[in-house]
Design a binder for this molecule. Structure first.
Ligand SMILES: [Zn+2]
Length: 118
């Protein structure tokens, strides 16, 4: 399926989602009781699994995802999000959650650079 087709599929789904007001069951206060930040991997297997495995409910945490759950730079986008969560959104716990079989563990940066050049 072409990317443009996927985009239109998502937009059509979203129109129906909004029309049926299915978003209302996800409404939550910006400032919930549990104020935690979770830095985790962007692995698509974790999208549903992580919140279920850790009993994270909608609205009670900020989940920051990147490749490998790695904080590379003290002022990079991951830390910026952590800082905003702690100092502006009153988060008081920060968890870094990795996972088994992370794809980042077998990526050769040299090969990735070659793919980019190609
Ligand atoms: Zn991973």
């Amino acid at each position: 399926m072409r990317s443009l087709d996927r985009l239109y599929d998502m937009l059509n789904f979203n129109s129906e989602f909004v029309e049926k007001k299915e978003f209302e069951k996800y409404k939550a206060s910006r400032f919930k009781d549990r104020k935690m930040v979770v830095v985790t991997c962007m692995d698509s297997r974790l999208t549903d699994l992580l919140p279920r495995a850790l009993n994270i409910k909608d609205g009670n945490s900020k989940i920051i995802k990147d490749a490998g759950a790695i904080v590379l730079h003290p002022f990079g986008s991951v830390m910026r999000s952590v800082i905003v969560a702690v100092y502006e959104l009153n988060a008081d716990e920060v968890f870094v959650v990795g996972h088994h079989d992370c794809g980042m563990s077998c990526i050769d940066p040299g090969e990735t650079i070659n793919k980019m050049k190609e």
